[in-house]
Design a protein around this ligand. Structure first.
Ligand SMILES: Cc1ncc(COP(=O)(O)O)c(C=O)c1O
Length: 385
């Protein structure tokens, strides 16, 4: 008997529970309409929120970099992979974030696991929101500290945990800025107040808010006017910036510490030059074009209002992420399939990405959707139900 027979039986179990995952093939750039597995559909599942991955200035910068530096980094940043384009990118990130310095990792996932694991060690405690992203959860698992999970967005619960934390050496509170599967914004001002009262470090993950919230797209700290009160501003360049790479922005000493200690920084290859240059150009466009942010959020309002007026149960989100809660994993998968038949791609999100019984369609809009795209999308939802 083959030694991998048990893999098939586990996959069969996932299938029966409606939890099996499979890949679809996208045959065009991630704009409002894409060709998916050979068919044109309206895309409602992309994180290319501002449409920057196809912006002419971004593409031009990437082409220029690939011609000048080639396709790959050739090593980890501490050995041979620290292309000079990193300095330009990190300077831009620190500037938008109002921070002294920034450090770019090869992905947001690596930034989270690398940073959390070394900021909380033995004898320390991490307070983590119940709906934080998997990369934060994995960072907590890699840390030698204790993790305590507080109820989603519940600062009263957080305070009760902080009040009992005197036996720990250091405290770290970590939260998504905008929750990726729910679209709501973390209560960061209250979190900062508690952190100051109890002497805790605060880390915010701006994956879904960088480029989207705040006057210059800086994210949740800028949105709430909390400059100087959040020690670790983490984020990713793979969503609104349209490229790839994670970052941590903060003090110079934080950046030096992470460069020396974070294994997710040290033991992986640097980003390709074209990605670095594309990220920098995209940040420039993002900063100088606030209309993209306005357009994104007005597009979200258009689709949200159209769906709510038809009785669809959306979670109350103020952002570009509009979750339609369906309950069981089977129902979410089936509804996503029917929608696809009507030319709409809104991915089903199921456990373990979201809690049991809250499977959903994670609808996300982009600045590049036209009003007609969104009207057609709403009509598709109505026809599919
Ligand atoms: C909240 C959050 N943090 C971190 C990440 C990881 O970022 P990346 O995709 O750049 O690895 C994601 C991406 O899915 C995310 O949603």
């Amino acid at each position: 008997m083959e030694r991998d027979y048990w893999l098939k039986s586990e996959l069969d179990q996932l299938n029966q529970a409606g939890l099996r995952r499979s890949l679809r093939t996208v045959m065009t750039a991630p704009t409002g309409r894409i060709v998916l597995d050979g068919r044109e559909v309206i895309l409602l599942g992309s994180n290319n929120y501002l449409g920057l991955s196809t912006h002419p200035k971004v593409i031009e910068a990437a082409i220029h970099a690939v011609k000048a530096y080639g396709t790959g980094a050739s090593g980890s940043r501490l050995i041979t992979g620290n292309c000079q384009l990193y300095t330009e990118l990190e300077t831009r990130i620190a500037d938008v974030k109002g921070a002294e310095a920034a450090l770019v990792f090869s992905s947001g996932y690596l930034a989270n696991i690398g940073t959390i694991a070394v900021l909380a060690g033995e004898g320390d405690v991490i307070f983590s929101d119940a709906l934080n992203h998997a990369s934060i959860i994995d960072g907590c698992r890699l840390s030698k500290g204790t993790t305590q999970v507080y109820r989603h967005g519940d600062v009263t619960h957080l305070e009760s945990l902080l009040a009992q934390s005197s036996k720990f050496r250091r405290r770290l509170i970590v939260t998504d800025g905008v929750f990726g599967m729910d679209g709501d914004i973390a209560p960061l001002p209250d979190i900062c107040e508690l952190a100051e009262e109890y002497g805790a470090m605060v880390m915010v993950d701006d994956a879904h808010s960088f480029g989207v919230l705040g006057k210059s797209g800086g994210g949740t700290v800028e949105h709430f006017g909390l400059e100087g009160r959040v020690m670790i501003q983490m984020g990713t360049l793979s969503k609104a910036i349209g490229g790839l790479g994670g970052y941590v922005a903060g003090s110079r000493v934080l950046v030096d510490f992470l460069m020396n200690r974070a294994r997710g920084f040290i033991f992986t290859t640097g980003l390709p030059p074209a990605t670095l240059a594309g990220n920098s150009a995209a940040i420039d466009v993002m900063k100088s074009t606030p209309q993209l942010r306005e357009r994104l959020l007005s597009n979200a309002r258009q689709l949200k209002n159209a769906l709510l007026s038809q009785g669809f149960r959306l979670l109350p989100s103020e952002t570009q992420i509009l979750p339609l809660i369906l309950g069981s994993a089977e129902w979410a998968s089936r509804f996503a399939e029917v929608l696809l038949e009507h030319g709409i791609y809104a991915p089903a999100v199921r456990p373990p990405t979201v809690p049991e019984g809250t499977s959903r369609l994670r609808i996300s809009v982009m600045a590049s959707h036209t009003s007609a795209d969104l009207e057609a999308a709403a009509a598709g939802f109505i026809a599919a139900r």
